[in-house]
Design a protein around this ligand. Sequence first.
Ligand SMILES: C/C(=N\O)c1ccc(O)cc1O
Length: 326
Amino acid sequence: DLQSDNQSSLPKGLQEKYLLTRQIGVGVCGEVRLAFERSTCNKFAVKVINKKNFQSEGTATRNAETEIKILQRIDHPCLIKTQDFYQTEDSYFIVLEMMEGGELFNKVKSQQQLKESVAKLYFYQMLCAVHYLHSNGIIHRDLKPENILLSSSEDVCLIKVTDFNQSRILEEAALMRTLCGTPSYLAPEVFTHANTTGYGLAVDAWSLGVLLFVCLSGYAPFHENFGNYSVSEQIIRGEFTMIPKKWEHISNQAKDMVRKLLVVDPKERMSIAEALQHPWLQDQEMLATAQRLMYPNDAACHPAPVAMVTPAHQEAESGYTTHRKR
Ligand SMILES: C/C(=N\O)c1ccc(O)cc1O
């Protein structure tokens, strides 16, 4: 009975504004519950984060309030919006926009591998979202299929990146949690330079490479069942295998994109900006679809002729380079 114990342990403000109902997701740090805003009946997803999962509670709690203000200013069509934030002695409650399609993780699991055109549409939106985060000085650091949400169960749909706020709010604790969670998507330098949080934007490019590999092939490039190295050793060595059966129908341009992101040396790894200019994404039909999904109002008032579509990421870098000129 949701009116009894569950609601009573909730912050008063949260209880007054929202009715929390069933669990719709669960993760390392806690659970996600479906909530209804009482005044509008609009649906929201409330992420309940159990504080005892995090070591340095003092600074994290202090950071939480300040960080949430910054993050509520973050506004991009492919980033989950933070609607509200509450906390009790032992939990954080982050009220997030609802995504009816759930986690990308479940779609890839059920479909084995995504159609290349669908993987391209999703990957382009992820690149735009992460490009925007980086331009606002935020490194995600924990990009994985569980943190990519789908707006609907249709293949052609808007996707949104989540949890960038959580790792930002609980900075040092997020690093601890990240290192405790499954390392499959983490870039090599997170292991080799983990104690210096100086690793840069390139960690997200690596994780997007792993995400794209999984969407295209249906399996992870670095996995404990592969070879006789641990997952972290496989990552540090940059050793992955494209199983022919899984990759035979995938274009060379898609494979090229993956290979240029899964480069061990962050200085040699293709950047997000370079990835946005990669030939695989210069696909006018995909760009027009992404534009329509991300900026539906623009398309309504003055539909851009497909040939003239300005890529939604706008700040297009001049020219595509396979490797940054050193
Ligand atoms: C975290 C989140 N939205 O922000 C979410 C998580 C799981 C799910 O099935 C649906 C959702 O909307």
